[in-house]
Ligand binder design. Sequence first.
Ligand SMILES: [Fe+2]
Ligand SMILES: [Fe+2]
Length: 246
Amino acid sequence: MSTSITAPATPFLITPDTTVGALVAARPALARLFEQLEIDYCCGGKQTLAAVCARRGFDVATTITLIDSTHAALMAGPAEVDAAAMSLTQLADHIESTHHAYLKSELPRLVEMAERVAIKHSWRDARLPQMAAAVTMLAGEILSHMQKEEIILFPLVRQIERDTGDEISRKELACPIRQMESEHESAGDLTAQLRELTDNFTPDTESCNTHRALLAGLADFEADLHRHVHKENNVLFPRALAAATH
Ligand SMILES: [Fe+2]
Ligand SMILES: [Fe+2]
């Protein structure tokens, strides 16, 4: 999936109280660093750096220095969009045209491969049927989730910026947003289960090409899901709630 740069990074002071979600919203390129460190910045975006470091045994000051120095290097690579610089409508459109479009074409392919691999190879890895069932359940949940966003929530979000006189209240937004956040948690849990069932999406020497393609596809899916959920939980939803009338 390709994305483009929309704006240069803006100055952002990182402190121990900065949440990882706010940090990735301000510096989207850091998503890759957090993925490498297995720090959850999407569903777990409300955690502060101090809390994450305490749990992982990292020194906070050293971590902040590492984040600052790594950021410049990361900016040299392929960039994420700056979701915080977009209007609500632009961001909803961007999420639909990139993350949702990717998932609609990729999920059926992953389900098909997972079922094929489970049928052919479960004799040598008893976890494969469970893995295929998890992929199928995840695909079903996400496709239905995206439909709710596209039909119910995103039209409300776009309406906030339209001058139609038809004002959207915080109360109207709060309920679907809570529901979407809880569905994000569920997708995150199933994806974590898949990571465990596949030994971190790692093939073994006997894995066939379909199995290898499936594992690579699942790893890409996980990385995309993190960026997607981050843009919704930490940027689109809080900004929509703040912009709603009362
Ligand atoms: Fe979405
Ligand atoms: Fe979502």
